[in-house]
Design a protein around this ligand. Structure first.
Ligand code: GLN
Length: 456
């Protein structure tokens, strides 16, 4: 913990930690020491973690990287972070992210972006750590903490993990409680571990996951022993390669990585099968209707009364002006764009044409996966991202849809509620990390982690 606290002090340039809590960390570390000495040391005992700013942490600023939550210090602790503290983990502070988890580059953060510790060989340009869990990825890859929490609504754990050469797991929807995690799109949001290795992901998930009566979508199912599942034996397992993920214009380095990953699993004894997930091409448009729709509803609570920031009002301003000015000042561009798209697709005249149609497409996407799993496929191998990490600022002024294309391989997993993991499996010609994604059957993170372990 002391080593991490001093590493964080020297790493402000990474922009990973936005609220540092060294006093809490040292106190928790002392308590962990005592637990270890007394022989009662759970798996996470004494492990120093960074926590994404989306998690409510009691008495510690929790702003979702938004100005609208300026000064907000929750009176409560999210279930997941509480589970981690109960398991002996240590909190180093809160981590940067895209505002309300909307983005793929950490550039929508009200604090300014986090930076990827990796650079292209021979090039000083700063790269994005990805997003929205960019601070988490930067902190783990930059050795500022041993692991971090992330959240993933459309790829926000897996894409930054792939961009920074770490492991990122999005569990099955309902595996980890959403209670106390600031809501973006409630039917898609899921928290998970961002770690240096697959084994660390297994250990950390064990402490994070589990039923929680405070989240009605949290599953009351037994937890497998995730670490015990890591045998590395995948002989006879069927791994599907979906043809729809072979996109036009896919960079050669991604194609090659995918091929190498396939061969690796084959030589470990898995049976490789070609599969089809026919509705894949509708996933991105469906996601960018459903996620903003839910976001516009969830963000209605930031009204200048209940949380954080309230705009200064002029003489004669009424409650309408208070809402308008507060929200105009408090939310950034991307969040406003999502609220506008969301209210549009939910409005009376367009509800059926957009929102309901997207929900039907979502059901078809889920059925694609159900069919493949019913046919005996154990897991599915795809690229995690369509490229390696890109330069900061490179996409910021582009058409927002260009940024949304980052999520092309990851959103299907959220729409179908499945577990997905990004594993670092190579570097490109510029020395930048690349990752592959494995998608598993619902509630079988143990199987999924074992397949990832074979790929690692
Ligand atoms: N990049 C996607 C978005 O902006 C996903 C974000 C996420 O998973 N939180 O919506």
């Amino acid at each position: 913990t002391e080593a991490c606290v001093s590493a964080i002090e020297g790493a402000d340039a990474l922009g990973a930690f936005v609220h540092k809590t060294p006093e809490i960390a040292l106190e928790q570390a002392k308590a962990a020491d005592a637990r270890i000495k007394s022989g009662d040391a759970p798996a996470m005992c004494g492990i120093p973690l960074g926590i994404k700013d989306l998690f409510c942490t009691k008495g510690v600023a929790s702003q979702a990287a938004s100005n609208i939550l300026e000064g907000f210090k929750p009176e409560y602790e999210s279930t997941i972070t509480q589970n981690l503290w109960d398991a002996g983990a240590v909190m180093l502070g809160k981590l940067n992210m895209d505002e309300f988890a909307m983005g793929s580059s950490n550039e929508t953060s009200a604090y300014g972006n986090a930076v990827n510790p990796w650079k292209r060989a021979g090039d000083d340009a700063e790269l994005t750590p990805g997003g929205s869990s960019g601070g988490s990825a930067s902190a783990v890859a930059g050795d500022l903490c041993l692991a971090a929490t992330g959240t993933d609504t459309g790829g926000s754990i897996r894409q930054p993990a792939a961009f920074t050469g770490i492991t990122g797991l999005k569990p099955t929807y309902g595996r980890c409680s959403r209670w106390g995690v600031v809501a973006f799109a409630s039917s898609l949001d899921q928290a998970g571990p961002m770690t240096k290795t697959v084994r660390d992901a297994a250990i950390m998930l064990q402490s994070m996951a589990g039923h929680d009566a405070k989240d009605s979508t949290s599953a009351d199912l037994p937890l497998p022993d995730f670490e015990a599942a890591l045998t590395g034996d995948i002989r006879g397992k069927k791994i599907g390669i979906p043809k729809e993920y072979r996109m036009d214009g896919m960079p050669e380095e991604i194609e090659k990585l995918w091929q190498e990953g396939t061969e690796m699993l084959r030589s470990a004894g898995a049976e490789i099968v070609d599969i089809s997930l026919p509705h894949t091409k509708y996933a991105l448009p469906a996601y960018y209707v459903i996620a903003p729709a839910e976001a516009s509803s969830n963000l209605a609570r930031y009204d200048g009364v209940r949380y954080g920031h309230r705009a200064k009002l002029a003489e004669g301003d009424g409650i309408e002006q208070m809402y308008q000015k507060t929200r105009a000042e408090g939310f950034g561009h991307e969040v406003k764009r999502r609220v506008m798209i969301g209210t549009y697709v939910l409005s009376a005249g367009f509800y059926d044409a957009y929102y309901n149609r997207a929900r039907r497409v979502r059901a078809l996407i889920k059925k694609d996966f159900d069919d493949v799993f019913a046919a005996g496929v154990d897991s599915i191998l795809t690229p995690a991202t369509p490229s390696a990490a890109f330069g900061l600022g490179e996409m910021a002024d582009a058409d927002p849809v260009q940024m949304y294309l980052n999520d092309v391989f990851t959103v299907t997993v959220n729409l179908a509620g499945l577990p997905g993991i990004a594993v670092p499996t190579g570097v490109n010609a510029h020395g930048l990390p690349l990752g592959l994604q494995l998608i598993g059957r619902p509630w079988q993170e143990d199987e999924l982690l074992n397949a990832a372990y074979a790929l690692e």
